[in-house]
Design a binder for this molecule. Structure first.
Ligand code: DC
Length: 217
């Protein structure tokens, strides 16, 4: 069984996907983490688009291990935490627009999901990568609410957060994710659309379980 969860930054996809996977006893997979891994490698090496295509992708060895959480290694080195660096978040937009990068990530995801039950989150999981998924969810929330949640998250990590700056950064990512030519953020065909601005994770999960059960009864 494959369940896809797509939606804009800060909609709560990660918390939801993790909780849902736990509830269903299946694996949680984060596609954004793979784009982050390739971006991190490009930044470390100071590579541009052409060198990513010629020198990183061909020999790329990405290892995924999923137990409590998803952990990632690139060519033998663990990068689970490092891929969350703000520099990666800032620079990822141009890396994830490279067709060869998307193809590589899509192949890794499909290979990993083969013969496994997974909840996979991203921007194009239901529309491009797993169009035949068992269930597709599109999760969103108002821009203000997403910015508020992101600020709370940053503050909990002891980091500074200015609401307007955070809101503007999210708005910019929304634009880049939904306006790009290749695999833009969109509501996949057949997806359950959930606006969780006023919903808790539990209430959101209940809606998804009702969607899944209604189908199975
Ligand atoms: O989910 P995230 O914020 O870690 O994703 C980081 C970036 O990766 C996001 O700005 C868009 C890109 N991304 C993508 O293009 N396609 C995906 N399936 C997942 C993420």
């Amino acid at each position: 069984m494959i369940i896809t969860i797509d939606g804009p930054s800060g909609a709560g996809k990660t918390s939801l996907a993790k909780s849902l996977a736990r509830r269903l006893g299946i694996i949680y997979l984060d596609s954004g983490a793979l784009y982050r891994a390739i971006t991190l490698e490009a930044l470390k090496k100071g590579f541009d688009k052409d060198r990513i295509i010629k020198s990183i992708l061909p020999g790329l060895k990405l290892t995924i291990k999923i137990a409590e959480k998803m952990r990632l290694w690139i060519n033998g080195e663990e990068i689970t935490e490092e891929i969350r660096n703000p520099e990666v978040t800032r620079e990822i937009w141009w890396v994830c627009r490279i067709p060869q990068v998307r193809e590589k990530v899509n192949n890794i995801l499909r290979e990993y999901a083969r013969n496994r039950n997974v909840v996979v989150e991203g921007r194009d999981m239901g529309s491009v990568v797993f169009p035949h998924a068992s269930y597709k969810i599109y999760l969103t929330a108002s821009l203000e609410e997403r910015a508020r949640r992101r600020c709370k998250e940053l503050k909990e990590k002891g980091k500074e957060a200015h609401f307007t700056q955070v809101k503007n950064a999210i708005e910019e990512r929304d634009k880049r994710d939904s306006k790009r030519k290749l695999a833009p953020l969109t509501v996949p065909k057949g997806a359950l659309f959930i606006d969780n601005t006023h919903l808790s994770i539990e209430e959101t999960i209940d809606q998804i379980l009702a969607f899944i059960n209604r189908d199975e009864n």
